[in-house]
Write a protein that binds this ligand. Sequence first.
Ligand SMILES: NC(=O)c1ccc[n+]([C@@H]2O[C@H](COP(=O)([O-])OP(=O)(O)OC[C@H]3O[C@@H](n4cnc5c(N)ncnc54)[C@H](OP(=O)(O)O)[C@@H]3O)[C@@H](O)[C@H]2O)c1
Length: 248
Amino acid sequence: MKIAVAGGSGTVGTHVVRHAQAAGHEAIVLARSHGVDLVSGHGLDLDGVDAVIDVSGTSTTSAAKSRAFFEAVTRHLLDAAQVARVRHHVALSIVGAANAPHGYYAGKALQEQLLHDSSVPWSVLRATQFFEFAEQNAMSLFGLTVVPAMRSQPLAAALVAAELVRVAEAGVAGESAGVLPDLAGPAEMRMAEVARAIFAKTGERRRVVELPLPGGFGRALRDGSILPGADAKIVGPSLEEWLAETRR
Ligand SMILES: NC(=O)c1ccc[n+]([C@@H]2O[C@H](COP(=O)([O-])OP(=O)(O)OC[C@H]3O[C@@H](n4cnc5c(N)ncnc54)[C@H](OP(=O)(O)O)[C@@H]3O)[C@@H](O)[C@H]2O)c1
């Protein structure tokens, strides 16, 4: 199969490309660093592509900016998919985002809605936060490392990538699987605990503090809205196993 990975240079995207190639597929990367801007559509061409895996993303807590990003990216990908007769569009979303469409999650909720309304066969995989999220979202402030106050059941980005490739392969018949069961890690923990465990393992002496984010977005992070449902698919490794594998 030829798989186009939107955001294939990012945290989860690099794992998607690696897994796709290991499974014998051709993978092309759609990202600005590879000459494709999915917001403007510049450089986008899905000719010969069988499946798209969209793991592009933006860094914002603004609902308006998040909506603008995911609307532009999703519309451009779906329009190009229709022209090229792509058989399957797989998008990575976030557990709980569609039911708490505030801040960044407003864009993810809109992305899911656009797929629902699309004639291109689609699947949405909702995952919890990656272990890597703790570092991605840690800010240095007055000598402290500030992490959003949040409950999560995090997992390794590499496992999400492997699942996305399986989903893309399964949809090759050209049928929508729709929204798949949530994908989550083995244990609930606070994101600050993940950050502390990473810095303890790497020997970085950093004091981690939690920052409660404002508004509906911050509430969703804290109140359990983004924890997986009872029918979630749980995948390892645990945080300790992941640290042992990735931070020697
Ligand atoms: N991080 C998590 O814990 C988590 C959990 C569940 C779901 N997700 C979802 O997974 C997706 C990927 O997350 P991530 O953490 O891997 O993101 P990331 O590391 O920030 O990577 C974002 C990717 O998007 C690309 N990109 C950004 N703007 C673009 C544009 N205008 N045109 C084309 N490509 C663009 C980036 O490449 P260039 O900069 O080269 O353009 C990069 O490859 C997001 O949609 C996120 O909501 C993330």
